[in-house]
Design a protein around this ligand. Structure first.
Ligand code: GLN
Length: 446
């Protein structure tokens, strides 16, 4: 049935890059048997899932929406895939994205752009645009995305669905094709907050295969959805509702705050003064890490190899010139420059220091408040093609999600209204490893 919906809708939405119908039918048959035998069922029993195409899946093509990996069939599973397997969910296929997760509109996919299910002339956001659009269009029950600077939350906001970026280290990154390793996190995109809690429950936890995986006890996320937020202290950063944020988006957030107030929470305006430096800091750090991570794509080990190179250097050069798209090349150049000797101190090191200041902004506010609330993005979805030639404008769409990524704390985007027929998302940001409170507030609001 899931495939029927996909077949009916996906030629317009273009959320999927690869479908895996045969394996899904097999899995469904195995689950039928399991049910008949009375064996214990997994947490996500029978739920059809779509997976962002930068999460490696054994034997199932994993392209990162790049020409470089258009023929790459991994020989192992990401840890999250093993966990979904244990939870008895059914993988439908792999979802379209911006190439190597670099982008905010899905127009950087080297195969085809994804379209926003609410209006096909608009972008779904990115880079997990396929993951958000698939849930919004009913083409998967839930999906996994990845978030480096906003790539789960921003598309969830544009597509009117729920997207959760967990605390850095809560979900294993083993088998997630690395973009910026100190920022990347995998998380769920779902129709509602309860489903988000279920999927997080299934995928969270320490993994010895990821050296940055956190050794923390995993609480019961599902039972934290009590509906009770009386006395909760909410901080609303003035930087998140000020200049640059669309007036209608701000209005939606203000009405949402009234709803939270009605539920017994209190809110006050605060300041995160280093917000204005977050985008510059992120693009230096993320690009630096990307330039190092993407060095592994040399035409020898993974994916496509250039034909007839004269020597080894030409092999590298030709494979990389042909394999990477323009945005990926831009980031590699920027990152290589920022890391090069003579510029390292002025750019990379400086950016690391500012990152600490941004994190301290959050620490200061969380000393007094339970959560921080604001819009997920300054505007609703924009028209396809309207920003592709303007990377700086495109980068600024992430101004409200990037600081959270730099601080490493968890945040969820939940739908909170519409402007001209397009969804608005509210971002609820929590203390490190306090997904329970984030989910509880989102659930009470929804
Ligand atoms: N849009 C941001 C970027 O292009 C965020 C991407 C992401 O979170 N993967 O880097």
């Amino acid at each position: 049935q899931a495939f029927q919906t996909i077949n009916e809708r996906d030629d317009r939405i273009q959320a999927y890059l690869t479908l895996d119908e045969e394996a899904a039918q097999h899995k469904a048959a195995a689950l039928d048997k399991k049910m008949a035998s009375g064996e214990a069922r997994g947490l996500l029993f029978g739920l059809p899932a779509g997976i962002k195409d930068n999460i490696v899946t054994e034997g199932l093509r994993t392209t990162c929406a790049s020409q470089f990996l258009r023929n790459y069939d991994p020989i192992y599973n990401a840890t999250v895939m093993e966990k979904l397997q244990l939870a008895d969910s059914v993988t439908l296929g792999k979802l379209n994205m911006d190439e190597f997760a670099m982008g905010g509109s899905n127009e950087n996919s080297s195969f085809m752009p994804v379209r926003n299910p609410w209006n096909l002339d608009y972008v779904p956001g990115g880079s997990s645009g396929g993951s958000a659009a698939a849930v919004a269009a009913g083409e998967a029950y839930f999906t996994l995305g990845s978030d480096t600077g906003g790539s789960i939350r921003q598309p969830a906001s544009y597509c009117g669905v729920v997207g959760l970026k967990p605390t850095y280290g809560l979900v294993s990154r083993f088998g997630l094709v690395a973009f910026a390793s100190s920022l990347d996190q995998i998380g769920p995109i779902t129709k509602n907050v309860e489903d988000s809690a279920y999927v997080l429950q299934a995928i969270a936890g320490y993994d010895e295969k990821d050296s940055t995986s956190a050794k923390v006890d995993i609480p019961d996320y599902i039972s934290s959805l009590t509906g009770d937020i009386k006395g909760l202290k909410i901080a609303v950063p003035s930087e998140y509702i000020g200049e640059g944020v669309d007036a209608a988006v701000k209005e939606s957030i203000m009405s949402a705050l009234k709803v939270l107030e009605g539920l017994g929470a209190e809110w006050e305006e605060v300041s995160l003064p280093y917000t204005e430096y977050a985008v510059a800091t992120y693009y230096l750090l993320a690009s630096s890490e990307a330039s190092s991570n993407l060095a592994r794509f040399d035409g020898v080990r993974y994916g496509v190899r250039a034909e007839n190179p004269g020597n080894l250097l030409e092999l590298y050069h030709q494979s990389r010139s042909e394999g990477f798209g323009p945005e990926v090349k831009r980031r590699i150049m920027l990152g290589t420059y920022a890391l090069s000797s003579g510029y390292y101190d002025a750019y990379y090191l400086k950016a690391q220091k500012v990152r600490t200041l941004i994190k301290q902004d959050f620490d200061n506010v969380f000393a007094k408040y339970d959560v921080i609330v604001g819009p997920t993005a300054p505007t609703t979805a924009f028209k396809l093609g309207s920003q592709v030639n303007d990377p700086l404008t495109m980068y600024l769409n992430d101004i409200l999600t990037i600081p959270v990524s730099l601080a490493g704390v968890p945040a969820i985007s939940v739908p909170c209204g519409f402007v001209s027929g397009l969804p608005v998302g509210m971002q609820i940001i929590g203390k490190a490893f306090d997904e329970q409170t984030v989910l509880r507030v989102a659930h009470a609001f929804e």
